[in-house]
Design a protein. Structure first.
Length: 298
């Protein structure tokens, strides 16, 4: 039987994450009136409002915002406990939660994970995609694919190679618009890049563009990396793509001598998970899979 107080806080976490009672009710599998009663009960217990209600929706109060980090930790711990309980340490049953960037999760992991699921059909895979670094120490995920050396303590981490990124376009686009010979020539081309969220890549600071790398230099702007690649594939313009993805899709390199950078690729998991057979199987599979994917000449 669940703890009624924990039930209330789960509903608060759901509303904070989803932004509305209706969306929270769908994520929790409860009715909207039930979620509303949970919030009202919590407000009575805490003696202060958690949300300001207006025709535009719900706005979290300072109290609700102050609770958010604690609720995320509680939610992550509960989800991790459920995964741990889903299978014994030495079995090939249960679930594994993997964190990766959007592009890696959409473009790379499916091919690698397909073989794993064929070999281990009783292991369920949960995939969380985000360009933020998930906190493995609090078990937001069990295993992470990271494009930088892990800095959190108590992790088992393996560097599996270097991932290169360069400018690419379709042959059709270059036939129509011509091939730029210098970074200055990009002024006459459609460039695809970020909108509001500048990628936190130190490597970009070492590239001497004619103008500062701000959103204004891009003709097509989106913070969704998958949408950027889709636009490049459609022949819309020039943009940054992983070398392996570009070669697979038949894209043409552009200004490869002027624009390119590399990122370290690591597989990491919390050291407490070393004793779990399914975690070890997944960790080793990802190490081997990414090692092959990133092998020179691939």
């Amino acid at each position: 039987m669940s703890d009624p107080t924990w039930d209330l806080y789960q509903s608060l976490h759901a509303v904070l994450q989803a932004g509305s009672l209706s969306a929270a009710s769908r994520s929790r599998g409860l009715t909207q009136p039930t979620i509303g009663r949970h919030i009202e009960t919590l407000e009575q217990q805490l003696g202060a409002p958690l949300f300001l209600r207006s025709p535009r929706g719900l706005t979290p109060t300072d109290l609700a915002v102050s609770l958010k980090a604690h609720l995320e930790e509680m939610h992550a711990a509960a989800a991790a406990a459920a995964r741990d309980a889903s299978g014994s340490a030495d079995s090939e049953k249960g679930s594994v939660r993997i964190a990766a960037s959007l592009i890696v999760g959409v473009e790379v992991l499916p091919q690698i994970l397909a073989g794993f699921m064929e070999q281990h059909p009783d292991i369920a895979i949960e995939l969380v995609l985000s360009n933020k670094i998930e906190d493995l120490s609090r078990r937001d995920a069990d295993i992470a694919v990271r494009m930088a050396r892990p800095t959190q303590g108590a992790l088992v981490a393996r560097k599996v190679g270097m991932l290169g990124v360069g400018f690419y376009a379709t042959r059709g686009y270059l036939d129509r618009r011509g091939t730029p010979e210098s970074l200055e020539d990009l002024e006459n081309h459609i460039i695809i890049g970020f909108d509001r969220e500048r990628p936190p890549l130190e490597a970009l600071t070492n590239i001497e563009f004619p103008r500062p790398i701000t959103r204004e230099i891009f003709n097509f702007r989106t913070d969704d990396d998958a949408a950027q690649i889709s636009a490049i594939r459609a022949g819309m313009g020039i943009g940054g793509v992983q070398h392996q993805i570009a070669r697979r899709d038949g894209l043409v390199p552009v200004l490869s001598n002027a624009f390119s950078f590399q990122l370290e690729c690591w597989i990491a998991m919390h050291e407490n998970l070393k004793g779990s057979r399914r975690m070890r199987l997944m960790f080793d599979h990802l190490v081997a899979g990414f090692g092959e994917y990133l092998s020179p000449g691939r």
